[in-house]
Design a protein around this ligand. Structure first.
Ligand code: PHE
Length: 490
């Protein structure tokens, strides 16, 4: 503990970090992206792999990130560099921090567009633009909303400005307050929606779609998508959680915090699925409708409910807030870095980062209208930003951090940061050394077409492979001067 850096700022109160990290994790990823991806990749098998990735990859890596942040007390670049140096390693490791920071920035540049959708639907609800619409009208309304670059640009610009304003005003004041009432509010809203869905006539079908699976049916594309989404939804490998970890007080338990955030996040995603799919099936809509799924389905449900427009307004308000608390966490790393390492004030840092961001997000926004023709390999700027970050940068960045924590950093550092019992510590080390990396690597090799994974049939082989790696790794480790898992028990 002694060589932990001194923090400049800390979260206020016992719940500060948990609230902020949950605010970061729970967002459009849970309510917009998870349902539409589940629809696109065929349901239950995707959900199962996603849940497995949360547990086997997401949770251990989230602990790594929070520990890096708290130990190094700084932006991802500085924190990782400091912890590496404390372990007698070179500055080169901070490259992982650079990649994470860039990743958060790129995500935000398309995230503000989707957050803009949420804001515009809030406005539509309040101004009566959604009332009395049929299934077909909903699709037309969504399309029309995207077709006008001025309107769409207005909303994404508004989100960008709001985000930069909050981040510019500082850590505690801006972020903490909003999450404490918004999070429970979201859960209540989703519970009401599920209550409605139960009577919608499509509930059984929705539940079956989400939870019955045939693992062989999941494509390699779907596997990689599930892995990438586990990173996305927990805000990992993008600088967000690591930077928030830098403000975590010394005495907080990293493991307990991680589990709280992961459980809340998963709960909201599953609740969103349970609220949306019954409506889809009850109205004979296509679950694979893509990114517009949420915006075309829930408004139908609201319409059929008593006081539906009031509920719709509350729902889209919550969604907009959830998007904002995630957005601010994506840019916090960049602003913290400009502030700490470059001596630029938070306000200036935030507005200059915002300007670059706005330019990129405008390109992403134009994908839906003027730039509909600007494609590369069949994908727009918007799609590329999502694809590069979720499918590549986050899984690879996470792999790097897991291997770094498992093999490169002195065991004593993580042992004192995590403060786990010897048994739990060994389990965590086993996860970051072997289980998470093997999972990520296998899914990658599979997506390149080099092997073809069928988890349902091949699991005994995969377990044997894991055992082989573990034995090999544990045999080799002492030869590189780091402790083995069992010695880590001392
Ligand atoms: N986890 C957020 C969501 O699910 C998105 C996010 C990604 C936030 C990366 C921060 C960093 O909406």
């Amino acid at each position: 503990m002694t060589s932990r850096q001194q923090p400049k700022t800390l979260w206020l109160g016992r719940w500060g970090f948990i609230l902020a990290a949950t605010g970061s994790a729970v967002g459009l990823g849970n309510i917009w992206k998870f349902p539409y991806m589940t629809g696109e990749y065929g349901g239950g098998a995707f959900v199962l792999v996603y849940l497995a990735c949360i547990l086997a990859v997401g949770v251990p890596i989230m602990m790594v990130e929070i520990a890096f942040g708290r130990r190094g007390r700084g932006s991802p670049i500085d924190a990782i560099r400091r912890v590496a140096q404390e372990s007698g390693r070179g500055r080169g490791w901070s490259l992982l921090g650079w990649m994470a920071m860039l990743c958060g920035f790129l995500i935000l540049s398309f995230y503000v567009v989707v957050a803009g959708w949420a804001f515009s639907y809030l406005w539509k609800t309040v101004s009566g633009g959604l009332a009395g619409s049929s299934v077909d009208d909903m699709a037309a309304i969504f399309a029309a909303n995207n077709a006008n670059p001025w309107v769409l640009g207005f909303w994404s610009t508004l989100v960008t400005v709001a985000t930069m304003f909050i981040v510019g005003t500082g850590v505690q004041k801006g972020i903490e307050r909003s999450v404490s009432w918004m999070m429970p509010g979201m859960v209540v809203m989703l519970a009401i929606m599920i209550g409605y869905a139960v009577f919608s006539g499509g509930f059984g079908q929705g539940v079956a779609f989400l939870f019955s699976f045939d693992l062989g049916s999941l494509s390699s594309e779907g596997l990689l998508a599930a892995l990438g989404h586990a990173f996305f939804t927990l805000s990992l490998a993008s600088g967000a959680i690591l930077t928030y970890g830098a403000y975590l007080p010394d005495h907080s338990s990293i493991a307990r915090t991680t589990f709280t955030v992961a459980i809340a996040d998963t709960l909201v995603a599953l609740m969103a699925g349970l609220a949306i799919f019954p409506v889809i099936f009850a109205n004979g809509m296509d679950p694979a409708a893509g990114p517009g799924l949420l915006f075309m389905s829930l408004p139908l449900a609201f319409q059929a409910m008593p006081m539906g427009m009031l509920f719709a307004a509350i729902f889209f308000l919550m969604l907009s807030m959830a998007a904002l608390t995630s957005a601010i966490s994506m840019i916090e790393a960049t602003v913290a870095w400009l502030n700490e390492s470059r001596g630029i004030s938070r306000v200036t840092a935030s507005w200059s980062a915002g300007l670059v961001l706005w330019t990129l997000s405008t390109l992403a926004m134009l994908s839906f209208n003027v730039g509909a023709e600007w494609t590369l390999a069949g994908m727009h700027v918007f799609d590329w930003l999502d694809y590069l970050t979720s499918r590549f940068m986050m899984p690879l960045g996470g792999l790097g951090m897991a291997l770094m924590a498992g093999f490169v950093i002195r065991n004593a550092i993580f042992r004192s940061e995590l403060g786990l019992s010897p048994g739990s510590y060994s389990a965590w080390l086993f996860m970051v050394r072997y289980v998470s990396p093997l999972g990520i690597v296998l899914i990658f090799i599979d997506s390149l077409g080099l092997v073809s994974l069928d988890l349902g049939r091949q699991w005994p082989w995969l377990l044997a492979l894991l055992a082989l790696f573990t034995l090999g790794g544990e045999w080799l480790t002492p030869r590189f001067g780091r402790q083995r898992i069992v010695q880590g028990r001392s």
